[in-house]
Design a protein around this ligand. Structure first.
Ligand code: HEC
Length: 124
């Protein structure tokens, strides 16, 4: 019975990873975060800059960081940041949240996005 549960859990984690095209490398993602996202975002809870803190971003709703003044476009988009939606958002923020104030054109490289999302998933 225990083995059956283990098999079910393993199958579940594979399904969870199936979202973005590439299951990423969090260490490479951290470097990307530092060189791109850190211009405007912190990875630490409660620290907002030009953009809101990205601590705990995976699984949270848009517009939910206390003390950060979001655009209406972001706040009202009703998105919960799953790895799948982050993947599309990071290709083109404006395409997923039209009118967002995030002034970043997007990251077209699938591998880099996978790495970045793997890193964002560790911020909890
Ligand atoms: C030039 C500044 C800038 C850069 C660079 C930038 N962002 Fe942002 N980001 C913002 C701003 C500003 C917002 C708030 C958008 C709004 O309120 O419309 C935001 C919002 C977000 C959100 C939504 C957060 C929420 O709580 O709803 C995510 C996710 C995000 N950024 C991820 C990233 C990632 C990952 C990178 C690096 C690839 C990045 N951003 C690079 C400025 C930036």
């Amino acid at each position: 019975m225990k083995r059956l549960f283990a098999a079910i859990i393993a199958a579940g984690s594979i399904a969870a990873l199936a979202g973005p095209a590439h299951a990423g490398d969090p260490d490479a993602g951290k470097q990307l975060f530092k060189s791109i996202c850190n211009l405007c975002h912190e990875a630490v809870a409660g620290k907002n800059r030009v953009g809101p803190s990205l601590f705990g971003v995976v699984g949270r709703k848009t517009g939910s960081v206390p003390g950060y003044n979001y655009s209406d476009a972001n706040k009202n988009s009703g998105i919960t940041w799953t790895p799948e939606i982050l993947d599309r958002y990071l290709i083109s923020p404006q395409a997923v949240v039209p009118g967002t104030r995030m002034g970043y054109a997007g990251l077209k490289d699938d591998t880099k996005r996978g790495d970045l999302i793997a890193y964002l998933s560790t911020l909890k």
